[in-house]
Design a protein around this ligand. Structure first.
Ligand code: ARG
Length: 456
């Protein structure tokens, strides 16, 4: 491709070191789409004849079909996807093929390809996030009345509906989808026509080409356009955060599946055994996913480090952008798919979760609230219930079994109705504010998600 200026062949080690075809072959569809649009643009301004355009288009489409069918031979000497396709085209159609690269550089070409690729990948990932959300909502719907302790510091805090706990993750994945949709606005800008860095003396109609490719905007600065990788960094960050959310869910699932909690049962299909200990049923999917958050964060760090300190404009360092991007997309993609499946078959052991809610201390805050409703300032109420708690720990008698006299010893505000507090259903029903886990509130949230997520 550059033989005019060179007298010696490329060193074998450099060919091996510099190639990107082993990973950027994945851009082939988008590279072909970009080239077809570019050829149409060149025809539009009179650089290509109608016949040349149709030769190029047909040639590119047949190469695309061959790659799709696994019949195309990629050559490492041709370095990357752009040169592999262009060389094959020229080999097939001759002179017309050699005109395709007019007013184009691999610098604006690769930037265009990756943006097209990211656009599709975002749509696909959002689809997988939606399926994940649907699986969580469906699990919540299978167990609408399951109660479970809510935790802070991994210490039992207050009772909630299990559905409420699952819906917390539905919220997280919703923000993830919204973040990706927002990133799309910055991905969906066409760099093509920026050339190597300074556009071209050939009078391109960039807006015509953008329309062909479905880009709503064209880049406004050729130097920025060929060297900008913000959109990849942003996408890889968004994926890292999906990884963080999946990792948090993993941790909950690992705890819940333990004998100590026993809150859930995972399907045999989604657990593994031990080669040594016959009784084991391990939550590997959740563990692997918790582990994979490390590589998702690593991909982000690697990309940010690659971008840093690059002088304007394109530098070959930027070839390092693709593997972290592809890896993060693949990692999050399969994790979301397998999680949706696992959560789809996860069962809640409602007896166990309810038994865990039998811990009377879960009602301590409600007793304080009771005193507040009787006019006691909250800080004072907190101290009174702290005293009651200490008494309960000392005597081993739980709140529901203490005599009213004991209560009144701590505050004269206590009356017989205090014992009505220790009914978990009543305790949940009393939490009526927006966002709280009353059965009514949770049902409304489930209905909202059904509406927003649809059937899928
Ligand atoms: N494989 C290259 C990359 O991914 C394509 C662009 C090469 N441009 C260049 N001037 N060598 O960045």
């Amino acid at each position: 491709m550059w033989k005019g200026r060179f007298q010696k062949a490329t060193a074998a080690l450099l060919t091996q070191y510099g190639e990107s075809i082993s990973f950027d072959w994945r851009l082939y569809k988008h590279d072909i789409a970009g080239s077809v649009a570019h050829a149409k643009g060149l025809h539009h301004i009179g650089v290509l004849s109608a016949e040349e355009l149709s030769l190029i288009t047909e040639g590119l489409l047949s190469i695309g079909r061959e790659i799709e069918a696994g019949e195309f031979e990629f050559k490492i000497e041709l370095e990357d996807i752009h040169m592999n396709i262009e060389a094959a085209l020229t080999e097939r159609i001759g002179a017309a093929g050699a005109k395709l690269h007019t007013a184009r550089s691999r610098n604006d070409q690769v930037a265009t390809d990756v943006r097209l690729y990211c656009r599709d990948a975002v749509a696909e990932t959002v689809g997988k996030l939606r399926s994940m959300q649907r699986a969580l909502v469906a699990c919540a719907r299978r167990h609408p009345a399951a109660v479970v302790p809510g935790y802070t510091h991994l210490q039992r805090g207050q009772p909630v509906l299990f559905a409420h706990h699952l819906l917390a993750y539905v919220e997280m994945f919703d923000r993830d989808a919204a973040r990706l949709a927002d990133a799309l606005g910055r991905i969906d800008v066409m760099p093509l026509g920026s050339g190597a860095l300074a556009g071209s003396t050939v009078p391109l109609d960039r807006e015509f080409v953008a329309k062909e490719l479905g880009f709503p905007r064209v880049s406004q600065n050729s130097m920025d356009a060929v060297s900008d990788r913000d959109f990849i960094a942003e996408l890889v960050f968004d994926l890292a955060l999906v990884g963080a959310h999946l990792s948090r869910l993993s941790e909950d699932i690992i705890l819940w599946a333990s004998a100590e909690f026993g809150f859930i049962t995972l399907s045999d299909a989604h657990t593994t055994g031990s080669s040594l200990m016959p009784q084991k049923k391990n939550p590997d999917i959740a563990e692997i996913t918790r582990g994979k958050s490390g590589r998702l964060y690593g991909n982000l760090m690697s990309l940010l480090t690659t971008i840093k300190g690059l002088p304007m404009t394109y530098n070959r360092d930027l070839q390092e952008d693709k593997e972290p991007l592809f890896d993060s997309l693949d990692t999050v993609g399969i994790a979301l798919e397998i999680f949706a499946e696992m959560v789809g078959e996860m069962e809640v052991n409602e007896g166990r979760t309810r038994a865990a809610c039998g811990d009377p201390f879960l009602f301590a805050t409600d007793i304080a609230d009771y005193l507040v409703k009787k006019g006691t300032p909250f800080r004072e109420a907190h101290e009174i219930v702290g005293g009651l708690t200490a008494r309960s720990v000392e005597t081993g008698v739980g709140f529901p079994d203490m005599d009213l006299d004991v209560y009144r010893g701590f505050s004269a505000a206590f009356e017989d109705d205090v014992f009505a507090l220790f009914d978990i259903e009543a305790a949940l029903a009393a939490r009526t504010a927006i966002g709280a886990p009353s059965p009514e509130g949770v049902a409304a949230q489930l209905a909202r998600w059904d509406g927003e997520l649809g059937e899928g």
